[in-house]
Design a protein around this ligand. Structure first.
Ligand code: SF4
Length: 186
């Protein structure tokens, strides 16, 4: 029996996950979002195409599964935005990388909490490209396949519109701080 044949996952409430974040990840904030209110747009494929990370990261397009992500999201019962604000200091590049890795590690932490509580199919999507490897992606295959995650925007989600629905404004361009936002599904 593998994890997908396991009995149906127990329902873990949104409040239970939020309480875990408050206790274990006090530097992170959460925002409720109904899965049906997440906005998907096809133009994200083109926006990704014109990004420097296109075809450069193992978890960025066109290297990610050609899946119907909207349908995948609908297979989940719950979604929760996880985000934090990182002040931009003199070293913008460092702020950019740090903010992304902090979010990524927090999402993996929440995934671990859900798994520990019996949800084997929990899944998170990060904000911005995967930056777990300090020197960029390894050439032949992902160095951390169990930890690397796909950017939420790469699934076709319009994050600005979706986060606004959840009461989280995201302003571009980021000048004084970077708001990094990802999502956890379970
Ligand atoms: S874990 Fe490393 S190799 Fe894998 S996608 Fe992230 S940065 Fe690239």
């Amino acid at each position: 029996m593998n994890q997908y044949d396991a009995p149906v996952s127990p329902d873990i409430s949104v409040d239970a996950v939020k309480a875990y974040v408050t206790e274990a990840l006090p530097h992170m904030k959460t925002a409720d979002i109904d899965i049906k209110d997440i906005v998907f747009e096809q133009r994200n494929e083109l926006l990704c195409f014109y990004c420097a990370r296109y075809n450069a990261k193992w978890t960025c397009p066109p290297r990610i599964p050609k899946a119907d992500y909207k349908a995948i999201f609908k297979e989940y019962q719950h979604a929760l935005f996880l985000y934090h604000d990182q002040l931009i200091d003199d070293d913008y590049e460092k702020s950019r990388v740090d903010s992304s890795v902090i979010l990524h590690r927090a999402l993996l932490d929440v995934e671990a909490f859900l798994l520990k509580n019996g949800n084997a199919v929990r899944l998170s999507f990060i904000g911005g490209s995967c930056k777990l490897c300090k020197n960029g992606c390894t050439p032949d295959k992902c160095a951390n396949p169990y930890l690397a995650r796909i950017p939420l925007e790469a699934t076709g989600v319009n994050i600005i519109k979706s986060a606004e629905t959840a009461g989280v404004p995201i302003v571009f361009p980021a000048t004084s701080f970077i708001r990094r936002i990802g999502i956890i599904l379970w």
